[in-house]
Design a protein around this ligand. Structure first.
Ligand SMILES: [Zn+2]
Length: 335
């Protein structure tokens, strides 16, 4: 294997410190020498590993720390394929030998479209989690509007702005203040920001519309997961509100895309067991979290499935250590 150090640095320079870059290069050398392979780990282990990667946008945008550059994304899935993983759609996990890998993209950002069409050409299945209310109104996510307004108040200071957004989210998750109140507060302080300026903000993603989603679903490789109507944390809703929200999502998805949706991806990874009943009642057979864990059991038997962050580092053997750690701690992960 030939190692292109310059390329490694280019792909990662925006998201890694120099120390981390050097670590990655060290790991890459060992990987090239044939050490640190996931399949060695898997040989010693009969459990069925099912990995789910969580992505958001595919882009290089400093204001969107969850976005991954396209090359890094493809490097990552190539890495898994080289390690013997079969990439599967949620529903067909049973028909494919382990280990298996599922790809999920949260929020339906428009910047994933070109890469998804490449996946379709390679016959690789994937899932997009959408908020039907946001798609339908061609609007933007509430937490992105918040960040865009905070950005104006902080005069483009990125660190201060992201820090302030995190503080808002903590208030939101603790139930101290609802999302509408948070929005009202920042809207009143940034009245000068026009709708168009808001949409053009670096903190805001444009999202896929119904016709683009229809095109992807029609390809036969795209599954749709529900992500609530407007990206509310489910624990911020009462059971009745959640039920009402999910029923609206289901009818919009059915009407616009002609499919019954049975996957639910928890916004912000926010979930407690008490919501499982409502989610199942509303037709969701598979509930996805984001606690950075591998699933060490038969994926089709799982109702609640964990995901790893897709970070575009899969071509490095950092993933080996991730799996090793998970394996060593897997007693706690067994159901
Ligand atoms: Zn989301």
């Amino acid at each position: 294997m030939k190692i292109d150090f310059l390329k490694l640095l280019r792909v990662n320079k925006q998201r890694l410190t120099m120390k981390n870059q050097l670590t990655m290069i060290y790991l890459q050398i060992n990987s090239a020498l044939g050490r640190y392979r996931l399949d060695k780990l898997l040989d010693n282990d009969n459990r069925s590993i099912h990995c789910v990667l969580m992505y958001h946008g595919i882009d290089s945008n400093d204001w969107a720390p969850l976005d991954v550059p396209e090359q890094a994304f493809f490097n990552e899935i190539n890495f898994y394929q080289q390690q013997g993983y079969n990439i599967v759609a949620a529903a067909s996990c049973d028909d494919v030998p382990r280990p298996t890998l599922e790809l999920t993209f949260d929020d339906g950002n428009k910047n994933i479209k070109a890469s998804l069409l490449k996946l379709v050409r390679q016959k690789i299945p994937f899932t997009i989690a959408i908020c039907p209310g946001v798609v339908d109104t061609n609007s933007i996510y509430w937490f992105e509007e918040l960040l865009a307004r905070i950005q104006v108040l902080n005069q483009n200071d990125q660190t201060a702005s992201i820090h302030e957004l995190e503080k808002c989210k903590l208030q939101y998750f603790s139930g101290e203040i609802g999302r509408d109140k948070l929005l009202d507060h920042y809207r009143s302080k940034t009245k000068q920001l026009s709708e168009q300026e808001l949409k053009n903000s670096k903190a805001v993603h444009e999202n896929l519309n119904w016709s683009e989603l229809r095109q992807l679903v029609d390809s036969g490789y795209c599954n749709i997961a529900c992500h609530t109507l407007f990206h509310d944390a489910i624990t911020a809703l009462t059971t009745e509100q959640l039920k009402d929200d999910l029923n609206q999502c289901n009818s919009m998805i059915e009407q616009e895309l002609g499919i019954m949706c049975d996957q639910f991806i928890c916004p912000f990874g926010d979930y407690t067991e008490q919501y499982q009943g409502v989610l199942q009642e509303c037709g969701y057979k598979r509930i996805y979290l984001s606690n950075d864990k591998v699933n060490f059991t038969d994926a089709t038997k799982l109702n609640v499935i964990d995901r790893l962050k897709g970070v575009g580092l899969g071509n490095f053997s950092a993933r080996y250590f991730e799996h090793l750690w998970l394996q060593n701690h897997s007693n706690r992960l067994r159901p």
